[in-house]
Design a protein around this ligand. Structure first.
Ligand code: CA
Length: 243
């Protein structure tokens, strides 16, 4: 097998694996390194936060069940420092936990036990998405300046307020803003955000939209920015301003 696995292309990215089970930690390291990634590992939340701040990994694989600090607190801490992509691992299979994981701003979620190959696929999909920057330094304004999206700087301004979005929320907003007024189905949004199908987990998109709305509401009136079209999906209600 080549360094990049079966005929794949090496992915040069730094990934931090946070997992207290040594066997699983070593297994994930081996799988990711085989893809050409630089892998750091941490067995505790304290180490994870220190490494997350010190080495700015592009992506963090984060076990929610760690001995010292809760995975939730670590995710919050990571978001504050380098804002890496976060893929959460959990032993809890309940839907509520899945959704909660994504409310933390996590970008994907895997329930144990899982196939390491599946994890590798998801890590690669997230990295592709995180790096894709369509339309580079384009700045677009909507609704007479109510909403401004700066793709180059990855910034969103609503009214006078600059809002911080998780990578998934950013993906949803960019997709909706592609054609303002067009209704995007949950399926389309999910594919745009994840780059692959994910077991029909449409509720995940609802959570991202809910969080996005809450953030965008800060400077706008009510739910004026994103509209739910019952039985169809979501759309951006503001129209694109002429430059
Ligand atoms: Ca654990």
């Amino acid at each position: 097998m080549s360094e990049a696995g079966k005929g794949g292309v090496a992915v040069h990215a730094s990934v931090l694996v946070v997992e207290d089970e040594p066997k699983l930690r070593d297994l994930l390291r081996a799988y990711l390194e085989r893809e050409g990634m630089t892998v750091l590992t941490a067995a505790t939340g304290a180490d994870a936060i220190a490494l997350g701040m010190g080495s700015s990994p592009e992506l963090v694989v984060l076990d929610l069940g760690l001995p010292d600090i809760s995975g939730e607190a670590i995710a919050t801490e990571l978001r504050r420092s380098g804002d890496p992509l976060i893929l959460i691992l959990s032993a809890r299979a309940e839907d509520e936990d899945r959704v909660r994981g994504l409310e933390l701003g996590a970008d994907d979620y895997l329930t144990k036990p899982f196939n390491p190959r599946e994890l590798v696929l998801r890590v690669k999909a997230l990295l592709r998405r995180g790096r894709a920057a369509p339309g580079q330094s384009e700045i677009r304004s909507f609704g007479g300046g109510q909403l401004v999206i700066d793709e180059g700087r990855r910034e969103v301004q609503i009214g006078d307020t600059l809002v911080t979005l998780s990578p998934s929320e950013w993906g949803v907003l960019l997709t909706l803003a592609r054609v303002p007024g067009r209704v995007y189905s949950r399926y389309e949004l999910m594919n745009a955000v994840r780059g692959y199908e994910w077991q029909g987990y449409e509720r995940v998109i609802d959570t991202h939209v809910k969080n996005l709305r809450r953030k965008l509401q800060a400077g706008a009136e009510g739910n004026a920015v994103i509209e739910t079209v019952i039985g169809a999906g979501y759309r951006l209600r503001l129209s694109l301003d002429q430059p």
